[in-house]
Design a protein around this ligand. Structure first.
Ligand code: NAD
Ligand code: MG
Length: 383
């Protein structure tokens, strides 16, 4: 069935890979958004002829409007623009490929407008999983996972035939600092953190992979998507990123989805589900892979996973605090204002400082996010 897409974050790693697979599927683009990469957005707009283009940044939006003045494309800015893209009447599916909790309001607005969501923006579920999943159930829309691990689980679940999952096993590459001790992590640099062994991604998620917070965020994402407690979600380090994740049944049978590490397959499956179409991604050759390795994660050197487990047990506003603090700390690290090893430390302290709320409203979630960012700012300033 033809898809009518709004791509939020079209100029990023997931956004550009989504556009790359459009030639393999039956789809039309209704809206494209960026933060401020208007050069690329203009190129994309001229190639794909959307009805609406959005630059979140107001100054960038002005420039984009001038650049596209010879077309009949509408240009908008800010959160209103993102929400307009997410709820455009001609769109049926929203690809959420923005980075960070800025994706939350447009995702909720899209669900409210009855759009299916191809979800890459995991921060949205980490912050407000309960609100997002409740809204999706109420509206009867699909949340189709793009994250490779969650897509793998989703693909395996197609074989469930109504049987409950006993366990989810999330695979983690281990990132660039696999095998390092907490002491050694005190020496690592920004450049080293941004060298991911298997995946080429945006700077924020690449940093999250280096701290292993990414796997923590994915644990929360899996908990909300598949309704399993954290005690039934295991993390295993798998250096080669060939097994994208696994599920286990009551009888102990384990199913996995395998493939070369390339996001275009999970993106495409989210957009063609339940159908499978030929895909540009190279085929897996197990003989070429040769060996696959698996290790227990090191929770001592990489404490972020335990922080996420704590957030998964407590629920309420704790996910929003964990995420807001992490976004703030990673932002400081990427601008050279915080050493790598302090990222999880500041997140943990912010989680101790921001008061717990068991049943947060959307406003409470937004306030918890702000409080967590403020906590990180004052903790960092005090050091
Ligand atoms: P990226 O940094 O490459 O791209 C982010 C996109 O969002 C860009 O288009 C950017 O212009 C836009 N953006 C950034 N800040 C914004 C703001 N404040 N307002 C509006 N738009 C903004 O990031 P990415 O690697 O593509 O990741 C996007 C999301 O997908 C993240 O949530 C990430 O965790 C998730 N994800 C990415 C990968 C991957 O392989 N890159 C894999 C799994 C999940
Ligand atoms: Mg992932």
């Amino acid at each position: 069935m033809k898809k009518h897409l709004s791509i939020l974050g079209a100029t990023g790693s997931i956004g550009t890979q989504t556009i790359d697979i459009l030639s393999s599927i039956d789809a039309e683009v209704v809206a494209l958004t960026t933060n401020r990469n208007i050069k690329l957005l203009e190129q994309q707009a001229r190639a794909l002829h959307p009805k609406l283009c959005v630059a979140f940044d107001e100054a960038a939006a002005k420039e984009l409007k001038t650049a596209l003045a010879d077309t009949d494309i509408t240009v908008l800015a800010g959160m209103d623009g993102l929400v307009a893209a997410a709820t455009h009447p001609d769109c049926d599916t929203v690809v959420t490929a923005v980075v960070g909790m800025v994706g939350l309001l447009p995702t909720l607005a899209a669900i409210d407008a009855g759009k299916d969501i191809a979800l890459a923006n995991k921060e949205t579920l980490v912050c407000a999983g309960q609100l997002v999943m409740d809204a999706a159930r109420r509206k009867g829309v699909h949340i189709l996972p793009v994250d490779s691990e969650h897509s793998a689980i989703f693909q395996c679940i197609q074989a469930c035939q109504g049987n409950a999952l006993d366990k989810i096993i999330l695979t983690a590459s281990g990132g660039p600092f696999f095998g390092k001790t907490a002491e050694q992590l005190k020496m690592v640099t920004r450049e080293q953190a941004l060298q991911h062994p298997n995946w080429s991604m945006g700077a924020k998620i690449t940093t999250d992979s280096a701290t292993m917070m990414n796997k923590g965020l994915e644990l929360l994402e899996a908990m909300w998507l598949y309704d399993l407690p954290e005690s039934q979600i295991e993390i295993v380090v798998h250096r080669e990123s060939i097994v994208h994740s696994l599920i286990e049944f009551a009888d102990g049978a384990v199913l996995a989805q395998l493939g070369v590490p390339d996001m275009r397959l999970p993106i495409q499956y989210a957009l063609t589900y339940p159908e499978r179409l030929p895909c540009k991604v190279p085929r897996l050759s197990l003989a070429e892979v040769g060996r696959m390795t698996f290790y227990a994660p090191d929770n001592q050197a990489f404490p972020a996973m335990n922080l996420a487990r704590h957030a998964a047990r407590r629920k309420g506003n704790v996910g929003a605090v964990l995420n807001g603090a992490n976004e703030a700390a990673v932002g400081r690290f990427l601008s050279g204002n915080l050493p790598f090893w302090k990222i999880p430390q500041l997140v943990e302290k912010a989680m101790e400082q921001v008061p717990y709320q068991a049943q947060p409203t959307l406003d409470d979630i937004l306030a918890s996010d702000r409080a967590a960012r403020q906590a990180v700012a004052s903790l960092a300033a005090a050091q």
